[in-house]
Design a protein around this ligand. Structure first.
Ligand code: SF4
Length: 558
């Protein structure tokens, strides 16, 4: 039994009367490096701390939250791998009927706004205990943000929850730094300058040494919200930002340094069980089933699409694991997989074909671009699709490994640089159905999204099908499309339908734009102002979004 402890009995078996840190999560406890709680728990453990986990606590009584006692240093609270509102509701604000991060996909195992609710309970039960928020919900709600589900601007989750610190982004460094500082006797309010955190500023800090974001969150108008979003994206990498939230001055420190490859490798080498906790025996956790045979090759994405949360959370800079570290993980997976050969379902990251790429200026903080790819690929970006291809080929050679696939997203504007890569995807690694995300066909909408022109997609698609034809294979590209994005209207939907018909494409699914907190697209959705120019743009209302969807999926309607 080498999971992090979850009961008093397990603590007693280790001779522990108290834990240093207790992590509370809205997800089931899966000890796998794709689950944030497991990663932070293992990293803290590797740094000498005693860590316990309370997953999906039952809030109907206090026993569950009290079951591991009071931690010596802090409670780390997260909604889980997803924002709880995105997890619970569709883009039409309808309740979903399953939760991929819960046993047997059962919905309702975490509350709405889980970080706030968990913190309220913990602060009620353990007076003056330190609470550190983490995970995507806290990360994307760390400053005032538009909340689609309430259709209003909400204050930072730090102000709303009364927690002490938010760790945003990939939290390994900041969590360890916080644990070490508290262990050394500092109080939470003294931890003012840790990168990758948001705190309430100390009383001697008036915010004059940083950039002040528009405040008065409760009554902020749309123009000021738009200006605040622009200021945030211009300065958040390099400057300390301030904002008054809930009557207090919030201090947003610049992001933590990205883990260098050796550090990233050491995280993936930690002793994860790579399994759901045994208490879920007989149940399956859908999100785990999906990733259990996949390998993360790198972190980060420099695409910077306007609707995507990765740039605000994980960051743009790519950090890739070495080939040796990935091959070692694949070998371990193959050994664990008794019986027939193991199919590796994915080798990738946020965008698979960014593996091994780098900025030749070493991702300078002075770089003001939000995307290394848009409006055109930056000349300082060094990328070689052969690196990913070589990796896939070497994994295939490992004894016990059968097929290897790529299921992560791909950037077609990068992939078109290598016909060998496209050929390998077409004939082997895409597994018959390649998912690709042009997102729309119309230039004006693609501009609002920060995506490349549809010509690049067509160029990739033509090469892909040419390779399939040559090899005598029948393959598909499944294009991911979004309707309802700010700037899209009925005419652009009709134009996209014409494009689909012309290219004999019938899509089975179309995504409706969801204004998730903190993205640039969400700012455009809320304010009705173009992010770059500040000029008014069309924002489709839900009824029009449904209409756009019907136009794109005309064949379904019939
Ligand atoms: S210089 Fe170019 S490649 Fe480097 S971070 Fe900036 S946009 Fe990206």
């Amino acid at each position: 039994m080498a999971f992090l402890v979850t009961t008093q009995e397990e603590m007693a078996a280790l001779g522990w009367s108290e834990l240093d840190i207790i992590l509370i999560t809205g997800d089931a406890y899966v000890d796998h490096p794709s689950f944030g709680t497991a990663v932070i728990g293992r990293v803290l453990e590797a740094n000498g701390f005693k860590v316990g986990v309370i997953a999906q606590p039952d809030l109907s009584n206090d026993d569950d939250l009290k079951r591991l006692g009071r931690p010596r240093l802090f409670f780390g609270i997260s909604s889980g791998n997803m924002d709880s509102m995105v997890n619970h509701y569709t883009a039409q604000r309808k309740m979903r009927n399953n939760d991929a991060y819960s046993p047997d996909g059962e919905i309702g195992k975490r509350p709405n706004r889980a970080t706030i609710i968990y913190t309220n309970h913990v602060k009620r039960l353990f007076k003056d205990v330190t609470v550190v928020l983490g995970g995507i919900e806290a990360s994307l709600r760390r400053v005032a943000h538009y909340d689609f589900w309430q259709d209003k601007v909400r204050a930072s989750v730090l102000a709303d929850s009364k927690a002490d610190i938010i760790v945003y982004g990939m939290g390994e460094r900041a969590n360890v730094e916080i644990a070490q500082a508290l262990d050394a006797g500092k109080s939470a309010s003294e931890l003012q300058d840790i990168r990758g955190t948001v705190v309430f500023a100390s009383s001697d800090d008036d915010g004059s040494k940083g950039v002040m974001l528009p405040s008065n969150v409760e009554s902020i108008d749309k123009l000021n919200f738009h200006k605040g979003t622009q200021l945030f994206w211009q300065h958040h990498l390099t400057e300390v930002l301030y904002q008054i939230n809930g009557g207090r001055l919030l201090k947003h420190n610049p992001p933590a340094e990205t883990l260098i490859p050796a550090e990233l490798e050491s995280v993936y080498a930690l002793p994860f069980e790579r399994e759901p906790h045994p208490s879920y025996e007989g149940k399956t956790i859908p999100a785990f089933e999906q990733i259990k045979s996949s390998i993360t090759s790198h972190r980060g994405c420099y695409g910077g699409c306007n609707f995507c949360t990765i740039a605000a959370h994980q960051g743009r800079r790519i950090s890739s694991r070495s080939k040796a570290s990935i091959l070692e993980e694949a070998t371990k997976l193959a050994k664990q997989h008794r019986g027939k050969k193991l199919t590796i379902t994915d080798v990738g990251g946020p965008t698979a074909n960014m593996y091994g790429s780098r900025c030749k200026l070493d991702w300078p903080e002075s770089c003001k671009r939000r995307s290394c790819l848009y409006p055109a690929i930056c000349p300082n970006l060094e990328y070689d699709q052969q690196l990913h291809l070589d990796l896939l080929r070497e994994i295939e050679q490992i004894p016990g490994v059968g097929n290897v696939f790529v299921a992560s997203g791909l950037r077609h504007d990068m992939a078109v640089a290598s016909s060998a890569y496209i050929q390998a995807l077409a004939t082997k690694y895409a597994g018959g159905r390649l998912k690709l995300a042009p997102e729309h066909s119309e230039t004006e909408v693609l501009k609002k999204m920060g995506k490349p022109s549809i010509d690049t997609y067509m160029s990739f698609s033509n090469s892909f099908f040419h390779c399939c034809k040559k090899a005598g294979l029948k393959r598909q590209i499944i294009p991911y499309l979004i309707v309802g994005h700010p700037g899209a209207n009925l005419n652009s939907a009709i134009a996209m339908r014409k494009w689909l018909i012309k290219n004999r494409i019938r899509v089975e699914q179309v995504q409706e734009f969801t204004p998730t907190p903190m993205t640039i697209s969400t700012s455009m959705y809320y304010t009705g102002l173009d992010f770059e120019t500040g000029k008014p743009i069309h924002v489709p209302k839900p009824a029009e979004v449904r209409k756009q969807k019907e136009i794109i999926m005309w064949h379904k309607k019939r």
